[in-house]
Design a protein. Structure first.
Length: 100
């Protein structure tokens, strides 16, 4: 298995809604790589997600500079608290899709 920790990560720190089963979570995208992404879940939305959601798929959209909107789908592989903030870790099994 390829070591994912050595992947080039891009620090983002931008508000991005994450969708889990039709429910939008208010999150901040902290960093992203080809293999996954790290989010901080904001405010009371941390109560909407928990350990039973591990392994489930979520989606989110971002628009990089001078690029079309990208739709990402990732699996929740880890949830943890740091400084009283819930963090959500995703793994991507397939590449994003571009949307117009």
């Amino acid at each position: 298995m390829r070591e994912r920790r050595s992947s080039k990560r891009i620090s983002v720190k931008h508000s991005v809604p994450v969708e889990l089963d039709g429910v939008a979570l208010d999150t901040t995208l902290l960093d992203i790589s080809r293999e996954g992404a790290l989010f901080a879940v904001n405010g009371v939305d941390a109560e909407k997600i928990g350990d039973p959601d591990l392994g489930r798929e979520v989606t989110f959209r971002i628009r990089p500079k001078r690029s079309p909107v990208r739709l990402y789908t990732g699996e929740i592989i880890r949830l943890y608290y740091y400084d009283d903030t819930l963090h959500l870790v995703l793994r991507f099994w397939k590449k994003y899709t571009e949307q117009s």
